[in-house]
Design a binder for this molecule. Structure first.
Ligand SMILES: [Zn+2]
Ligand SMILES: [Zn+2]
Length: 329
């Protein structure tokens, strides 16, 4: 009996590993300075890599230089999301498109962003007189759903800035629950392709009888949610939008000494970002987009850490791996 018990346990562990359906999700900061680049910080850009696909949020000037350093290829499956048309968030697009053409990118690329982006790209490509080696599509973003695939959503919400600014989220759809091999055996489902279908949440047919995956799967497991703010004041709409995020990347242009400037220029202080993230039950908060007036962020951090303890300061080329909520257990 002991042997049978042990093999069942091993089978369970093996199947469990197989059906965790884990997908890599990591975020790399390519630029973390506001408006003006510094010796250590480039202009705004965040790369998110999921299952080999790249999502680039904003493209500050010179962003293509950071691709090789971050070990990101120029010809991978990619889409770009521009928060707003201030130069420190979008001027890098032109250099990036040109570099991608110089290295003969051939995969299609879609760039999403506010109205005005189409003219900005078209006119500049025309005046710079370079031809693209790949199909380029530019799509105007509206608040709400931007992209939906089998696995995830990209959504946008409007912030409060000197011009229209989109806050973006990448939200994974739920994964099927954990597969129970004993239940499958009891239902006389033969191991192999039918198990694999059930594990993926598909029904199977055995001798004319339909087996619903719910009979062999635990409760569905939550996907992950990442939010990236662009430039904005804190607002109740954004607070709702970032609610429950596993990771929120929020701009923190200023600290307490420039609270008035933050209001005037429609940016956030670290304290305000932490307050909003805390009220929105964000698991981890990464502050970015710092004014170049601050040489050293560390001594200022206590202003926000007391409010949201799970807080980090973004640095160029910092990599964050985002775990599933059930993976952390
Ligand atoms: Zn900015
Ligand atoms: Zn701005």
């Amino acid at each position: 009996m002991g042997g049978i018990y042990l093999s069942d346990v091993l089978l369970d562990v093996f199947k469990h590993q197989r059906v965790l359906l884990l997908t890599d999700l990591k975020l790399i900061f390519l630029g973390t300075s506001a408006s003006v680049p510094t010796i250590h910080r480039g202009l705004s850009s965040v790369a998110v890599l999921r299952d080999g696909e790249l999502f680039l949020f904003d493209a500050g000037e010179g962003v293509q230089r950071s691709f090789p350093k971050a070990k990101i290829g120029f010809n991978r499956k990619m889409s770009i999301f521009i928060s707003h048309l201030h130069g420190d968030h979008c001027v890098g697009l032109l250099g990036l498109l040109q570099t991608m053409s110089m290295v003969q990118r051939d995969k299609p690329l879609t760039v999403y962003g506010p109205r005005g982006l189409i003219g900005f790209i078209r006119n500049n490509i025309r005046s710079l007189k370079f031809g693209l080696t790949f199909p380029l599509e530019v799509k105007i973003v509206r608040e709400g759903l931007v992209v939906e695939t089998r696995d995830y959503f990209i959504k946008a919400c409007i912030g409060q800035h000197r011009m229209k600014n989109f806050v973006y989220s990448l939200e994974e759809k739920d994964r099927p629950g954990v597969f129970n091999p004993k239940a499958a055996k009891n239902l006389k489902v033969p191991e192999g392709i039918l198990w694999s279908k059930l594990q993926k949440g598909e029904s199977v047919e055995i001798n004319g009888k339909i087996i619903n995956p719910n009979l062999v799967l635990g409760p569905s497991r939550k996907g992950r949610k990442i939010v990236i703010s662009g430039d904005t004041r804190p607002t109740p709409t954004i607070k709702r939008f970032i609610s429950g995020a596993d990771l929120a990347v929020l701009e923190s242009t200023y600290f307490d000494d420039h609270q008035e400037k933050a209001k005037e220029n429609l940016h956030m202080t670290a304290r305000e970002a932490a307050q909003m993230a805390s009220e929105a039950d964000v698991n981890q908060l990464a502050l970015t987009h710092f004014s170049s007036r601050y040489d050293d962020i560390a001594p200022l951090l206590s202003q926000a850490q007391d409010i949201h303890p799970n807080l980090i300061v973004a640095e160029d080329f910092l990599v964050l791996n985002i775990q599933y909520p059930d993976e952390k257990v």
